[in-house]
Design a protein around this ligand. Sequence first.
Ligand SMILES: NC(=O)c1ccc[n+]([C@@H]2O[C@H](COP(=O)([O-])OP(=O)(O)OC[C@H]3O[C@@H](n4cnc5c(N)ncnc54)[C@H](O)[C@@H]3O)[C@@H](O)[C@H]2O)c1
Ligand SMILES: O=C(O)C1=N[C@H](C(=O)O)CCC1
Length: 250
Amino acid sequence: MSKLRVAVLGAKGRIGSEAVKAIEAAEDMELVAALGRGDKLETLVESGAQVAVELTTPASVMGNLDFCVRHNIHAVVGTTGWTDERLAQLKGWLELSPQTGVLIAPNFSIGAVLTMKFAQIAAPLFESVEVVELHHPNKADAPSGTATRTAQLIAEARRAAGSPPAPDATVTALDGARGADVDGVPVHAVRLRGLLAHQEVLLGGEGETLTIRHDSLHHSSFMPGILLGVRRVTSTPGLTFGLEHFLDLN
Ligand SMILES: NC(=O)c1ccc[n+]([C@@H]2O[C@H](COP(=O)([O-])OP(=O)(O)OC[C@H]3O[C@@H](n4cnc5c(N)ncnc54)[C@H](O)[C@@H]3O)[C@@H](O)[C@H]2O)c1
Ligand SMILES: O=C(O)C1=N[C@H](C(=O)O)CCC1
């Protein structure tokens, strides 16, 4: 059986360097390119890459995906910074290249995907819900892509259930004291030396609270999800948002 030809963009970064090792170790994959900032995207074509794993920065990701989609190279994307506008632009590119598949995964770790799923189930059943994300201090964006997606899923679940807004009597507050408002859900971002990637979903009801917590302790936590994405994206044309679509969670 021929091996899947895979490239990594952002290959010298924290998660990219781990992805390089994981792809090299995967028996059904061949690492054909490992690109860093300033390297030519044409290398992807020259190396015959079938899938590009995109782990760069919000400033670089759109240019890289534009190139990949135009050259029918499937993409597995972990880079953050997704807005409705960016997603619409990407969908437009994919319409012109209907065989290409792109997976965007706000988080590749199974525990984080399950946290989002559990939060969706729990959110309409409690009066209050807030999200706290905690990351290493080298992280460029806040709140994290995972926390943003978690808050959006919570908001969708509460809207679908007709939940009222969470109680909050705050009248005066310092800027930021109540976190960022993501679709009506407060999201608090902590940056702390020693941490990697962590999230708590705090839920509160009459006389009880529930905390759903996930901890990524090493970048290896993201690798099974990346490898799964690479294996599945070649047979999944169009845009897939969220690794949960490649997992049997129902
Ligand atoms: N989805 C997930 O599970 C997951 C997990 C960890 C990190 N991330 C995200 O992945 C991204 C990278 O995180 P990181 O901690 O590795 O950051 P990092 O800064 O360590 O790495 C990014 C790398 O990309 C390189 N780069 C920038 N522009 C490039 C370009 N045009 N072509 C090739 N390389 C380029 C940089 O030089 C750097 O080496 C962030 O958006 C982060 O939030 C996602
Ligand atoms: O370390 C990071 O940066 C991470 N980014 C993703 C996010 O913003 O959610 C996933 C977790 C780690």
